[in-house]
Design a protein around this ligand. Structure first.
Ligand code: 13P
Length: 253
């Protein structure tokens, strides 16, 4: 049975105090109001990881994620943060390959494959992002674009490793634009992703892989998106910065 996950991606928002306030609001709401068996994840900037993990403690109601990691284990990489450092804070998830990192930091598929290996070897769970830009969607070649991203960064993994990976499909044209993919468009792509994974890893692994949707997901559209058979949750940007909105998405299941 694949897991349902709603993960927030705070991006570069919130000072430490603001982040702790938001995390504490979410933790309390989840404790009091969560209806389903959804795994809740907070993707915070690096500086929040230790404090938010401590705040969450052993409740297991909410987990913490970083938004990136280094592909190196340690050494002279000024400004970088390794997976061991991330793990030492109590963090369980690592978002990888977000389109903003691919675009602004020129992260390549090869680099992302190396980061995935690091994350998996440390026992953390990668949330691997993929998604096409507007011009690709307009040309109608989104399936092959996204499947290539998966082939290039994931297809060297063993079945055992792949069984630990979470995928997030985030069409770039829907991120922060208020323009959500329709539930049909999202379902179609999620199905194509699952089919592509099955070619390499077999039906059982593909069926068990959680595939999240990201891109202008809000309390008002989450229910419809999450009702699609191949959508297993969301990766939420803007709406994860307001506890009440994020909770509305968690309870959209
Ligand atoms: P928005 O929800 O703000 O569109 O961002 C989506 C996203 O990029 C999550 O990683």
């Amino acid at each position: 049975m694949r897991k349902k996950i709603v993960a927030g991606n705070w991006k570069m928002n919130n000072t430490l105090d603001e982040g702790l306030k938001l995390a504490s609001e979410v933790v309390n709401m989840v404790k009091d109001e969560r209806q389903g068996d959804v795994i809740v994840v907070l993707g915070t900037p690096f500086i929040h990881l230790a404090s938010v993990s401590k705040l969450i403690g052993d409740t297991k109601d909410v987990h913490v994620s970083s938004q990136d990691c280094s592909e190196h284990e340690s050494g002279a990489y000024t400004g970088e943060v390794s997976v061991s450092m991330i793990k030492s804070t109590g963090t369980r998830y690592v978002i990888l390959g977000h389109s903003e990192r691919r675009e602004y930091h020129e992260e390549t598929s090869v680099q992302l494959a190396a980061k995935l290996d690091r994350v998996l070897s440390t026992g953390l769970t990668p949330i691997f992002c993929c998604g096409e830009p507007l011009e690709v969607r307009e040309a109608g070649t989104q399936d092959s674009y996204v499947c290539s991203q998966l082939t290039e960064s994931l297809f060297h993994l063993t079945k055992e490793q792949m069984s630990k990976v979470v995928i997030a499909y985030e069409p770039i044209w829907a991120i922060g634009t208020g323009k959500t993919a329709t539930s049909e468009q999202a379902q179609e792509m999620h199905k194509a992703i699952r089919k592509h994974l099955a070619i390499k890893f077999g039906d059982a692994i593909a069926e068990d892989t959680s595939i999240l949707y990201g891109g202008s997901c809000k309390p008002s559209n989450a229910g419809e998106l999450f009702s699609q058979p191949d959508i297993d949750g969301g990766l939420i940007g803007g709406a994860s910065l307001v506890a009440r909105d994020f909770m509305g998405i968690i309870n959209a299941y």
